[in-house]
Design a protein around this ligand. Structure first.
Ligand code: IMP
Length: 177
């Protein structure tokens, strides 16, 4: 793979895996004896969801949805469901798995949509959290790392669809985005 134009590595693969193991342990304890479903948002959360699911000690179901933004800069957070879930979620314990919560607009939209489908419980687990850019508050149950105000890649996060498969989180050189 082409060597990415990195400014610096924020979290190494070892740190990421260690943190995911900690989160997985907490989730496994909380949902012990309760069937859990992880819902991933394509494509960014795929890598985190997979790593997390493999560390869980409880059985889980998984499902995915895909969204596309069409609100533009003037109306950020207006999203369209490009691919809906395969199965209903009514009565189920759900964790929405995010790669990053930035402004919070996308997550809030998804949360409201999923809440309307009558799950038994609905939580959020995100690998990264950039609170400095938050526009709307969203109740995050589990988060991997707080990150600074810089564009990051790796562990599912892309720049022009590249670098999702990096095992670490890195800051891209500022002239790249
Ligand atoms: P929000 O609605 O502003 O919270 O947007 C969240 C989405 O923006 C994420 O799911 C990512 O797809 C994308 N995003 C935000 N920050 C970054 C970043 O630093 N690198 C790559 N994608 C990002």
């Amino acid at each position: 793979m082409k060597k990415p134009d990195l400014e610096r590595v924020l979290f190494t693969e070892e740190q990421v895996n260690q943190r995911i193991a900690e989160i997985a342990a907490a989730i496994s304890e909380r949902f012990a004896g309760r069937p859990l479903k992880l819902i991933g948002v394509l494509k960014g959360s795929v890598f985190f969801l997979t790593a997390l699911a493999r560390q869980l000690s409880i059985p889980v179901k998984i499902d995915f949805l895909s969204i596309s933004s069409f609100g533009g800069v003037k109306h950020p957070g207006i999203v369209r469901i490009a691919k809906d879930l395969d199965e209903p979620i009514d009565g189920e314990d759900i964790l929405l798995v995010e790669d990053i919560v930035d402004s919070g607009l996308t997550t809030r939209y998804l949360l409201q949509m999923l809440a309307g489908r009558g799950p038994n419980s609905l939580g959020i687990v995100t690998l990264l959290d950039r609170t400095s850019k938050r526009l709307v508050q969203v109740p995050i149950d589990y988060r991997g790392f707080e990150i600074p105000d810089a564009f990051v890649i790796g562990c599912g996060l892309d720049h022009k669809q590249l670098y999702r498969n990096l095992g670490y989180i890195a800051v891209l050189k500022p002239d790249k985005p």
